[in-house]
Design a protein around this ligand. Structure first.
Ligand code: ADP
Length: 570
């Protein structure tokens, strides 16, 4: 197997089955066999005579060759008692104590099983409004969010990871200004990502500098007006300050809602890539594009045949996950199986561009992104249509907005996840993000340092006889390959990292993938520390005009403790 040392470490620490003393009782190979077997077993539910061992071998090979990996809960829980396999959930929060605390309980059960939850708090009446039953005063969405946050804090997910949440509030909620600023102190509400739910109406009002209505969610009455541009600028200020909140475009999520008769989409999963109906869940999986590159006539290109095969098997795999999944609640099982959404995406995009010698921040890269994602979504759809022939379409297919001539097994096919952990296992760059840094210096316990170099850069430098440890230390210090003047021009141009890329190119790449993705794209638009509020505002407008479903930005150094630091030891 091709796993690198980091992958081995992550798997041993967090994924392998352990005994009571915390020692692994399975090997990495054993884990992949466990997962392949559990997921392949779904085939027998459709056809008793099927050769599940063959399917198992296929799934096993695809994972151990690091061509495709399912989301973390599938790797952790498949074939085990817990058996909860999905990463993404959305839960409803209605304007009642019963509903609020029911949602907290349901979220607790989901977090325990490794999933992440998203909520819209837009239905909760605003702070200070009256509560009929007691004559008291309502605390409003933000104070309830703090209760959700504390509950999450208290639950350790079987020792593997702490829970993650998304909290969304509509722009026309009376508490919107408090929401925009509620993470100004970033030690608060730490288990939540926040997004403001924007409407097209609001965006138009902001552009025109007009007022818009704030609506009491309880009575539906307009209670006040605010200037849309002023509020838009407040969102920009807050995001500039420390990256929170992000924004999502609600009308766009609902234009792609495949079953509008079931109600509106109001929320997404924690990282924003998966819009879902209340009580719906979705399982994700990612194709490692670095494994889809081949040599041809002395240059490197995508192996489209291999990609097509991988997409087909991945769709098969993810549909099987829906079948063998043990859902945390009956209602979630029911809602999920009504649409059978899957979220197939990619990782290693930036690395595969490096392999092909294409700089991330070029027109060529943006066009290739469109081509790759068009191909994956198209082939994924075909695979799902083939599955429908033997397994049937998803139950709400007839009610859905999908073309009715070709029944499909799955309501949605594609989603681009962050692949935070999967990309470590896959040994590739995460999702569709550029490479953050090419060299890390890791401190090892006894005081020694270990250099960790991007394998594609290393191979290229070695090929040209340019590799040295001293050079790697300089790259680590400078934080970028492009700054090293004595390196050949083509290397400096191709090996760009996050901060060499303008925010506009970050957005254009996100938009290129979004145009051909059923669900949404997880992407952070990175700004340098010197970026202005105006730069942020421009990117928001650009994302809106290019058809993105949301934007998350981050300005370098704007949080005291950021996860990744350029040039600094991790
Ligand atoms: P992975 O690489 O572990 O499969 P991703 O980074 O791709 O996960 O995240 C995909 C989704 O998984 C997130 O949007 C979220 O729904 C869920 N998720 C990620 N991290 C957590 C966490 N710590 N707790 C709960 N859910 C999580």
């Amino acid at each position: 197997m091709k796993l690198n040392a980091n992958a081995e470490t992550v798997l041993k620490q967090r994924y392998l089955i352990k005994d009571e003393d915390g020692n692994p009782v399975e090997t990495v190979d054993g884990m992949f066999r466990r997962v392949a077997k559990a997921i392949a077993s779904a085939d027998a539910l459709h056809d008793k005579n099927t050769d599940t061992e063959k399917v198992e071998a296929l799934f096993y090979d695809m994972m151990t060759n690091l061509e495709f990996l399912p989301n973390s809960p599938t790797l952790m829980n498949a074939g085990r008692d817990l058996g909860q396999l999905s990463a993404c959930f959305v839960l409803p929060v209605e304007d009642s104590m019963e509903s609020i605390f029911e949602a907290i309980k349901q979220a607790a059960l989901i977090h325990k099983s490794g999933g992440g939850t998203g909520f819209s708090f837009s239905r909760l009446r605003q702070e200070g409004s009256t509560v009929n039953s007691t004559g008291g005063v309502a605390s409003g969405p933000i104070s309830f969010m703090k209760v959700f946050n504390m509950a999450t804090e208290a639950i350790k997910q079987g020792g593997s990871r702490r829970g993650a949440n998304m909290g969304i509030l509509r722009i026309d909620h009376p508490d919107i200004l408090k929401f925009i600023d509620c993470k100004a102190d970033n030690t608060e509400i730490t288990n939540f990502n926040l997004s403001v739910g924007l409407t097209e109406e609001f965006m138009k009002a902001a552009e025109a500098g007009k007022d818009y209505d704030l609506v009491d969610p309880h009575t539906g009455k307009m209670i006040k007006q605010l200037n849309a541009r002023t509020v838009f600028n407040k969102i920009v200020d807050a995001a500039w300050r420390n990256g929170e909140p992000g924004i999502i475009f609600l009308d766009r999520l609902n234009r792609d809602n495949i079953v509008p008769e079931q109600g509106k989409i109001e929320a997404t999963n924690p990282c924003g890539e998966q819009p879902l109906l209340p009580h719906e869940s979705c399982n994700l999986g990612s194709i490692n594009l670095t494994q889809m590159v081949k040599e041809e006539n002395g240059s490197r290109v995508f192996d489209w045949d291999k990609l097509e095969r991988t997409v087909k098997h991945a769709v098969h795999f993810l549909d099987n996950v829906i079948e063998v999944n043990k859902y945390p609640l009956e209602q979630i099982e029911f809602t999920t199986k009504q649409t059978r959404k899957i979220g197939l995406g990619v990782m290693g995009w930036a690395d595969s561009l490096l392999m092909m010698g294409i700089p991330y921040n070029t027109e060529e890269a943006v066009q290739l992104a469109e081509k790759v994602m068009t191909f994956i979504t198209e082939k994924g759809r075909q695979a799902s249509q083939e599955l429908a022939q033997s397994r049937g379409a998803f139950p709400l297919f007839k009610q859905s907005i999908l073309p009715q001539d070709k029944p499909q097994r799955n309501g949605t096919i594609t989603t681009i996840a962050p692949t935070g952990t999967l990309s470590i296992i896959g040994g590739c760059s995460s999702g569709v993000e550029p490479v953050f840094a090419y060299v890390f210096i890791r401190n090892i316990m006894d005081g020694t340092e270990m250099l960790e170099v991007n394998p594609i850069l290393k191979a290229e430098l070695e090929k040209r006889g340019l590799y040295s440890e001293a050079l790697m230390r300089r790259i680590a210090q400078e934080g970028a390959v492009s700054h090293i003047k004595e390196l050949p021009e083509d290397i400096r141009r191709v090996f760009v990292s996050t901060h060499d890329i303008s925010p506009e190119y970050h957005v254009r790449m996100q938009a290129a993938f979004q145009r051909h993705t059923d669900n949404a794209v997880s992407k952070t638009v990175n700004f340098s520390n010197e970026a202005t509020r105006d730069d942020v505002a421009k990117v928001y407008s650009l994302a809106f005009s290019l058809g993105c479903k949301g934007v998350t930005i981050y300005r370098d150094g704007s949080r005291d403790e950021q996860v990744l630091n350029i040039g600094k030891v991790k």
